[in-house]
Design a protein around this ligand. Structure first.
Ligand code: NAD
Length: 260
């Protein structure tokens, strides 16, 4: 028996990092997963990994910064899977940098990818979930949504927006038994990490990325960073019936960084 037997899930950004680990975990626990990503190659690789392990998955190509594509993604996924129980909006991009480096275009793209896609994706998903008696919506926010940073304020503003979105949609969707929660991961060494740690440069310096990771490891009460499986396991809990009374929750997965 898996924790998600019989459930159907959409995970955005499932071609890499947290989303890929989540898709593999959800499928292992019995869910049929729509792997949604802008990157065909990595998305198809996630689908192949799930199928190789005996699970069920389909790929849906989407650019979540475009609301027509978000609408199509939910429609195609529901058609492919047959129903919808879980929507995890996890796709994200690194922030554009400090205040003076933030163009209007980059501001709009950051907000659209994280917050606007979360709002409209959740609305379409909740409408599908109402037909099956309820469901679970999850957003990947961030430690950056809880704390201020000079590095890329717009990223933090977008991630804080996802926290406000979680609370507001909790009360809007509760009458339909649709739960809404958010995860706040701390720094994790995914593909995004090298972009975040080298955002002021045209090239990636692995030593710089490692030095910043070490700094966070030393600061974290547990003396480590979170990894993709830590985040996937927290998502599994919040999207499973184990959390059937949990809604409006903002769960940190950050080795304790949010409290220091
Ligand atoms: P990642 O780069 O490994 O994965 C992000 C995925 O999102 C990629 O597969 C990418 O192709 C996809 N994506 C990007 N833009 C998209 C778009 N417009 N449409 C569809 N898919 C798109 O990064 P990750 O670290 O796994 O990030 C996942 C989420 O976690 C993001 O929302 C990120 O902001 C958040 N987060 C990351 C960290 C960290 O330190 N890595 C910490 C806290 C929160």
């Amino acid at each position: 028996m898996g924790l998600l037997d019989g459930k159907c899930a959409i995970i955005t950004g499932a071609g890499s990092g947290f989303g890929r680990a989540g898709a593999i975990t959800f499928a292992r626990e019995g869910a049929k997963v729509a792997v949604a990503d802008i990157n065909d190659k990595t998305g198809q690789e996630t689908v192949a990994a799930i199928r190789d392990a005996g699970g069920q998955a389909v790929f849906v190509r989407v650019d979540v910064s475009r609301m027509d594509e978000v609408e199509r993604m939910v429609r195609e996924a529901v058609e492919g899977l047959g129903r919808l129980d879980i929507f995890w909006h996890n796709a994200g991009i690194a922030g554009p940098g400090a205040v003076d480096n933030t163009t209007e275009e980059a501001y709009d793209l950051t907000m659209a990818t994280h917050v606007k896609a979360g709002f409209f994706g959740a609305r379409h998903a909740a409408n599908a979930m109402k037909k099956s008696g309820g469901g679970a919506i999850l957003f990947t926010s961030s430690l950056a949504g809880l704390k201020a940073s000079r590095g890329s304020p717009v990223y933090g503003i977008a991630k804080a927006g996802l926290i406000a979105l979680t609370k507001n949609l909790t009360v809007s969707f509760a009458p339909y038994q649709v739960r809404v929660n958010a995860l706040c991961p701390g720094p994790a060494e995914t593909a995004m990490w090298s972009a975040v740690t080298n955002r002021d440069s045209d090239t990636v310096d692995p030593e710089k990325s490692e030095a910043i990771a070490r700094m966070y490891r030393e600061k974290a009460p547990l003396g480590r960073l979170c990894d993709v499986n830590d985040v996937a396991n927290a998502a599994l809990f919040l999207c499973s019936d184990l959390a059937s009374c949990v809604t409006g929750e903002i769960l940190s997965v950050d080795a304790g960084l949010s409290v220091v």
